[in-house]
Design a protein around this ligand. Sequence first.
Ligand code: NI
Length: 179
Amino acid sequence: MTVRDILKMGDPRLLRVAQPVTDFDSDALHLLISDMLDTMRAVNGAGLAAPQIGVDLQLVIFGSNDNNPRYPDRPVVPPTVLINPVISPLGDGEEEDWEGCLSVPGLRAVVPRWTRIHYSGFDQYGDPFERTVDGFHARVVQHECDHLIGKLYPMRVRDFSRFGYADVLFPGIADTEND
Ligand code: NI
C-alpha cells in the first residue's frame, strides 16, 4: 500500500496537458493504478487523476459508493479506471452543483458542467469501453478529465459568490478535513 502525495493548486505540474498512455497491462501501469487507488481511498476521494500525483499521463480513476463520508447522498458511480479518455457532450444542457478537489483542499464552489455526456477510453488492459451518463457521474468524469488538460475546477467557476471554504459554507458537515 502506497499513499502518494497529492499536488496542490499552484504546482505547475497540475497545468500540463497529459500524455497518452501507450503501454497497457504493464507492471508499471498496474502499480501506478494501485497507488492511485490507495491514495484516493486514504482521503475518501471520489476520483483522482494521475497528474495530481505528478504523473504526466492520461489516466483517471473514480467511483463512489454509499460508504464515502464525503459524498453520503450522492448516486453510486461504478469504480472505474479510464485511460486516454474522449468526452463528448450530448445536447447543450448544463447543470450546476458543488465541487471540491483533493488538489484544492478546504474549498468548494458551484461549477457548471454538461448534464449528459458520452465518454470513451481504455481500461488498464487496453480494452476499449464507452458509456453514456448524466448527473453526478457525468460531473465526476468531467472534473477528473479536466485534470488531464491542466484545468482545475476554479478555472470553470462563473459565479465567485458561490466559492468558499467548506467549513464556512457547510458548517457541521464533517467532511472538510481530508479533501
Ligand atoms: Ni480534482
